[in-house]
Design a binder for this molecule. Structure first.
Ligand code: GRF
Length: 282
């Protein structure tokens, strides 16, 4: 089989980085479709940064203290881009990314969250699952949108809650599953994005706020507030709402994904209701 370039992933962490380490270990396998190009953090003393650096991986730290969020994110963005990053994996990154940042990386940011989403977004997931009397807990890998823990779920693993479980004991068992799930789903995601243009269009479109997929005459169509802004056409092409009506983009051969991503984002912008735009939807 012809060897394919591995997709460059940038990992953002805030702490110990055990999920990042699991991704680094997985990337050592010859058939892994991704490599970890850089590990970046908002915490210069994050334990995971020192570990990554010992492994010979490029690292970058930037505290957000004393600067506007936009400037902090611009520095993270610049570090990721100069490392050639194509996809971002959040792994215990404890900051909400701004809509502008998420938009710039449209559909190319994933996260791992320690609950079976859509249950228990945010913090203290295990304590909440135990308090609710749930029989199972688990973890989810999902696409990141500007809304906390709300993007499309790409994969999940379940863990049984035992009688008398504590949040700590449950967290430890879920973490073992996180380390298995994240590399597997990230590899799947990268492979689909590489081999299947529709999957990539889907992740770009569904990465935008309040979007959903429907079927129009047998073709996938992407809507915001029930109005289509992009749709596949039979002949490997994508129609996207544009300033002049609709434009058709070819999805055959070498695809300029930056152009496609920008066109999809513009189509969304032209279609989203004013309230969503004003709320800083993107
Ligand atoms: C994990 O539980 C992950 O699901 C959550 O934050 C924790 C990070 O742990 N997002 P680590 O830094 O990967 O060890």
């Amino acid at each position: 089989m012809a060897e394919r370039a591995r997709r460059k992933v940038g990992v953002l962490i805030s702490g110990r980085g055990s999920n990042m380490a699991a991704l680094v270990e997985a990337a050592r396998a010859a058939d892994c479709p991704f490599e970890i190009a850089i590990v970046a953090s908002d915490k210069p003393d994050a334990a995971g940064l020192a570990w990554a650096s010992e492994q010979g991986i490029a690292t970058f730290a930037q505290s957000p203290k004393g600067m506007p969020k936009a400037e902090y994110e611009a520095r993270i963005d610049a570090a990721l881009r100069s490392a050639g990053v194509e996809l971002i994996a959040l792994a215990g990154y404890m900051r909400l990314l701004s809509p502008a940042f998420v938009d710039r990386w449209g559909g190319r940011i994933v996260n791992i969250h320690p609950s079976l989403l859509p249950k228990y977004k945010g913090l203290d997931t295990h304590a909440r699952a135990i308090a609710a009397g749930d029989a199972v807990a688990g973890c989810s890998v999902h696409l990141v949108t500007a809304e906390l823990d709300a993007g499309t779920v790409l994969g999940q693993a379940e863990v049984t809650i035992e009688p008398g479980d504590t949040a700590e004991a449950l967290a430890a068992r879920v973490l073992v599953e996180e380390h298995r799930l994240y590399p597997r789903i990230l590899a799947e995601f990268v492979r689909t994005m590489t081999d299947d243009p529709l999957a990539r269009v889907r992740s770009l479109a569904l990465g935008l706020p309040e979007t959903s997929e429907s079927n129009e005459d047998g073709q996938p169509s992407f809507t915001v507030a029930d109005t289509p802004f992009a749709r596949m056409t039979g002949d490997s092409a994508l129609k996207v709402r544009s300033d002049d009506g609709w434009q058709t983009l070819s999805l055959a051969g070498d695809i300029d994904w930056t152009l496609v991503g920008d066109a999809i984002a513009r189509g969304w912008e032209l279609t989203a209701p004013p309230a969503l735009l004003e709320a800083g939807g993107r």
